[in-house]
Design a protein around this ligand. Sequence first.
Ligand SMILES: C[S@@+](CC[C@H](N)C(=O)[O-])C[C@H]1O[C@@H](n2cnc3c(N)ncnc32)[C@H](O)[C@@H]1O
Length: 253
Amino acid sequence: MDAGSSLFAHIEDLQGDLPWGSFLDAGTGTHSIRWVSSLSTERWVAVTGATAHAIQVRDAVEAVRRPQDRLIVANWADPELLEDERFDTVLADYLIGAVEGFAPYFQGAMFARLRALTARRFYLVGLEPYVAQDPATEAGRLVWEIGRFRDACLLLAGERPYREYPMRWVLDRMAEAGFRAIAARRFPIRYQARFVNSQIDMCASRIALLADPALASALTARGEALRARALAFAAREGGIRHGFDYVIAAEPA
Ligand SMILES: C[S@@+](CC[C@H](N)C(=O)[O-])C[C@H]1O[C@@H](n2cnc3c(N)ncnc32)[C@H](O)[C@@H]1O
């Protein structure tokens, strides 16, 4: 079972015998939609801000999608998006951290938006920020360096990196928006080679866009040195243990 699947297994435990009913996957992707489409829902609606994401999601569930299931490409900053709809279950799976890329400065308002959509249960999956602070451990430092390097490359290429939020901040915003948290749990992360490679590879395509060849070559060398260090550490230690994901379950207050 991968780390993400254990978070969904935890959500299934929290749900217990409660029916899933109508289900909103408010920040969809192939991982969450595969799980959502495996549940006995009455119908699901999946929202993404990116057409490329929507194509991947459509292809991932083509075989099991029912006539009543809908995939929508739209922006939560649009007040008309699903404004008259309510869902028994709402999932925000790594959505809040990604809002920076689609509707910067809208993160706070997202919670009122999600509250208005929730009839019964709200589940939020998030990643505790790891880019802002220098951690004390060697593993933490590697993850921190990879995060800073990735975000620097994205910024240099004119893109907006994701911005994750601490569990405490999210709980406070949820309470303000009218949610009553019923469970909150941390899941420690062990990053593997796949994470290291995906992050450094993501940078390579951004570095290729840079007009300054000296900067591009220095960044490429730095990325490859970081990759080699992180892969060696992960091979030696069985992964890079640092930080945590969190799952919050809530109901309308
Ligand atoms: C990191 S992905 C979520 C991961 C996904 N659940 C999975 O299984 O892979 C973030 C999702 O939230 C969506 N998103 C972020 N901000 C959004 C916004 N303002 N409006 C609509 N969708 C948004 C992105 O388009 C993307 O589909």
